[in-house]
Design a protein around this ligand. Structure first.
Ligand SMILES: CC(C)(COP(=O)(O)OP(=O)(O)OC[C@H]1O[C@@H](n2cnc3c(N)ncnc32)[C@H](O)[C@@H]1OP(=O)(O)O)[C@@H](O)C(=O)NCCC(=O)NCCS
Length: 189
């Protein structure tokens, strides 16, 4: 299958990563508010390594976390996309949808707009049967994006993230799912 290198939504270009994205990406990942629901903010070196892993995922799978560029200003504002879940859990193997935006660009609907576009690529182009999403139980802004794009939550699916220590406050995660059928239904609503 052809790799999905680029997508577009009304206000966003979802593109491959450029070396020039590093300063803005590193600033975003060093921001304690953006990283509130992750174990820790990232150093510049760690952010560079994340970009490397994202590029590797695109090479291996033909899809991944697209860099988001605002069409009106040309600014890099974060990422949204699809990834193969990298740990074992009752719901894996699975493809997840995820997002992270710099806080100046929150509250404008960009995350949901990009997520909707990524979801459509997952079902329309990649022909996935299901897409999942998960986040720390306290991360309500992220859960709102999951709900906004029509994902469903069954509390019985919630799980302890295996990569976090047993006593870590962020360990408990909510899991949302959307099947191809459910996605098709949202198109007719
Ligand atoms: C999770 C995250 C991406 C959500 O960003 P967001 O901007 O709140 O999400 P959306 O794009 O859905 O925007 C929705 C908000 O924009 C508002 N909005 C403004 N214009 C809008 C438009 N044209 N369309 C939709 N919503 C719009 C909505 O009212 C809503 O505001 P509210 O939250 O005050 O109700 C952001 O908080 C983030 O990057 N967090 C840090 C990283 C993170 O935790 N990632 C997830 C880890 S699993």
């Amino acid at each position: 299958m052809e790799p999905i290198l680029e997508l577009q939504s009304a206000r966003l270009l979802m593109r491959q990563w450029q070396d020039e994205d590093l300063p803005a990406f590193a600033a975003m990942c060093a921001d304690p508010q953006v990283m509130r629901y992750f174990p820790a903010p990232l150093t510049r070196l760690e952010s560079a390594a994340v970009i490397g892993r994202i590029r590797g995922h695109f090479s291996e799978h033909g899809f991944g976390l697209w860099a988001l560029e605002r069409k009106d200003t040309g600014e890099f504002i974060g990422f949204t996309g699809l990834g193969v879940v990298g740990f074992d859990a009752p719901f894996t193997p699975a493809v997840e949808i995820g997002w992270r935006l710099a806080k100046e660009h929150w509250g404008l609907g960009y995350a949901s707009e990009a997520a909707w576009t990524a979801l459509r690529a997952g079902f329309d182009q990649l022909k996935l049967e299901e897409i999942v999403s998960f986040t720390a139980q306290s991360n309500l802004p992220s859960e709102k994006v999951m709900q906004a794009i029509g994902m469903h939550h069954d509390p019985q699916d919630d799980f302890d993230h295996p990569k976090l220590a047993v006593d870590h406050p962020l360990r408990r995660h909510v899991l949302y799912r959307i099947s191809r059928e459910q996605w098709l239904q949202t198109l007719h609503e």
